[in-house]
Design a protein around this ligand. Structure first.
Ligand code: FEO
Ligand code: CA
Ligand code: CA
Ligand code: CA
Length: 605
């Protein structure tokens, strides 16, 4: 099909295929064909404290918070100290990538986003000591774990040479336009290029040259002020306040006290590129990709070789971004690609359309110093400042406010891109976030998934067409927009889509981070879950349900797509009654699950 006309053509044909979410589709609701892409039987919701997968599938734990990363790692105990935690798998598992080395050897790189005081410490966060902070900083990590295929199963290899733990105090290097800028300089780092650590890495990305991208998200929640400070507009826009979110790092680590280290917040909120195959490599923060609350980094190699990275900023009313590399990807030549993310152009999305149509067109607006009014008279003095305060630049150029952009995923046909917009209680409530064409529901409690196609299938193009692939909702409770689109029904209800990824066959996997009360507006949705969608037919089927009070997040596959790895994050958060995965009286622990088929087949097929 002529891709340029794909959006129009499928709509004109009146099929449910592309416009599953639009009035066109609703007119033909009920004619939806059963997907041939998905071969598993959908499962019902669950409120049980376990992971449930379809008939013929097996789910078992691969690695949990506190499990050994090294042969000499101490055994897990809630009272482990920081030294022990440095040698163990981190907490709150999130985005991850499987990097194959051979048929029987691989590396799993995974983010450990944050910690929960109620489980991290036996004292649940009362009087956090210096070592407690160090332990928390070691549990916030990117864990690099060697896997070995033994007895037909991928398993952790604690003897692996590549095993490594990157923590909130591992040395990293700042690169790109912001490197060395005054706003990044601190007492301990007068160069503005040598940053200690990465933390609150939510989701991730990977590159075809074999590196991993960790994405720093809610970095603001770790900063506090030991005495009164002026809260600048820039602090405010990024949510840096005089009080932190309860981690207490600032009490024992001056970096996190903005009264003592005012520039430290500027050193977080970046995408970090990590070479998992070189245990001595220094991770690089890529300032050309902008500073915001990064969710993930979804890469497409454009037909002309430019590297394009789609990026969400997960905050109510923030934006959707795109980076285009200056240089081109050269297949097969690893080293020449290693710095492709150092230089390029960042754009932010503006979406237009007719009210009520749930589709339209859009433009990528350039965030380059000197262009689009990003000039000194408007408070932007350099490209470094545009990147460090990318949110302010985005607002200045007229970007569209979105309902919390979470993961972006590029379809394997490499022309269609999807993004989860998880929910937004401020939509239509705050003056700064009026309802708009792409975010059409007041308070959006359920979330939606937007899809776009770059003009001409060219990811570097500034124009695109978009539609809403699905609006989640509850058709048992509501009518109209809150019921969701016609591909949502009583058997596949969910809320707050967050994790998103494709397999090679084009099945789209949706993970949720939503309300699990299973009551009132959320009745019939159960625990957080994973669903599978067929982008062609619009059909969505529930594939996995998580344990009590967890989020399902993090997805990667073995290259044969016969093993799927899925993250179960913070089971039992807030002291909810979970003992996952061990059961008994054990405290719940975030866990990477390994999913296989009993007949050894491809997952989802
Ligand atoms: Fe860490 Fe936006 O989720
Ligand atoms: Ca997320
Ligand atoms: Ca989320
Ligand atoms: Ca989470």
């Amino acid at each position: 099909m002529n891709r340029r006309n794909f959006l129009r053509a499928t709509g004109a044909a009146g099929t449910v295929a592309f416009f599953a979410a639009t009035p066109v589709a609703q007119a033909v609701a009920g004619t939806m064909k059963k997907s041939e892409l998905m071969g598993f039987e959908a499962i019902p919701i669950s409120t049980a404290d376990t992971v449930i997968v379809p008939k013929g599938y097996v789910a078992d734990p691969l690695i949990s918070w506190g499990d050994a990363l090294f042969a000499n790692s101490p055994k897990f105990s809630q009272s482990n100290d920081s030294k022990a935690q440095e040698m163990q798998y981190g907490d709150n598992t999130d985005g991850m990538t499987f990097f194959p080395i051979s048929d029987t050897r691989a590396v799993l790189v995974a983010n450990n986003e944050y910690t929960n005081n109620e489980y991290l410490y036996p004292h649940q966060g009362e009087n956090i000591s210096a070592d407690d902070v160090r332990k928390s900083q070691a549990a916030h990590a990117v864990s690099i774990v060697e896997l070995v295929k033994k007895d037909g199963k991928w398993q952790v290899n604690t003897e692996g040479r590549l095993n490594r733990k990157l923590t909130a105090y591992t040395p990293m290097e700042m690169t790109g336009p912001a490197a060395g800028h005054d706003l990044l300089k601190t007492k301990d780092d007068p160069t503005g290029t040598k940053i200690l650590g990465t933390y609150n890495n939510c989701a991730n990305g990977q590159t075809p040259w074999g590196t991993y991208l960790a994405c720093e998200e809610n970095f603001n929640g770790y900063f506090a002020a030991s005495k009164e400070v002026e809260l600048t507009d820039e602090y405010k826009r990024y949510g840096v306040k005089e009080k932190d979110w309860g981690y207490d790092w600032w009490k024992h680590d001056d970096r996190f006290d903005i009264a003592k280290t005012p520039n430290e917040p500027n050193r977080f909120g970046w995408v970090v590129e990590i070479d998992p195959m070189n245990p001595n490599s220094t991770p690089k923060k890529r300032s050309a990709l902008g500073r915001f609350k990064h969710e993930n980094a979804a890469m497409a190699i454009n037909d002309d070789g430019h590297v394009v990275v789609y990026l969400g900023d997960d905050e109510r009313g923030e934006h959707l971004y795109k980076f285009v590399s200056k240089n081109k990807y050269k297949p097969g030549t690893h080293s020449s690609n290693l710095d492709l993310l150092e230089e390029g152009t960042l754009y932010v999305a503006k979406l237009d359309g007719k009210e009520g149509e749930l589709k339209g067109n859009g433009q990528w607006l350039e965030l380059t110093f000197g262009k689009n009014g990003l000039t000194p008279e408007n408070g932007f003095n350099s490209q470094a400042e545009v990147m460090i305060f990318a949110r302010k630049a985005a607002t200045h150029v007229g970007a569209t406010t979105m309902d919390r952009p979470e993961w972006v995923a590029v379809h394997p046909d490499n022309k269609h891109v999807f993004c989860t917009l998880t929910n937004n209680k401020y939509r239509g409530v705050k003056d700064t976030q009026p309802v708009n064409v792409a975010n059409p529901r007041v308070e959006n409690p359920y979330g939606h998934i937007i899809r776009w196609e770059p003009k001409g299938g060219d990811h570097t193009a500034t124009d695109f067409d978009w539609d809403l692939f699905v609006m989640a909702g509850n058709p048992e409770v509501h009518k109209g927009l809150m019921a969701g689109t016609d591909n949502v029904n009583k058997d596949n209800m969910f809320n707050s889509p967050d994790g998103l990824g494709f397999d090679a066959a084009g099945r789209m996997w949706i993970m949720t981070d939503g309300k699990y009360s299973n009551k009132d507006n959320f009745a019939g949705m159960g625990n957080n879950q994973m669903l599978c969608a067929d982008p062609k037919t619009g059909e969505i089927r529930r594939f996995l349900t998580g344990p009590i009070a967890c989020e399902v997040t993090g997805l990667t596959f073995s290259p044969d797509y016969k093993t799927m790895f899925v993250g179960i994050q913070h089971p039992g958060e807030g002291l909810a009654p979970s003992h996952f995965p061990e059961g008994g009286n054990a405290i719940p622990r975030s866990t990477v699950m390994r999913i296989t088929r009993k007949d050894g087949g491809v997952i989802g097929a």
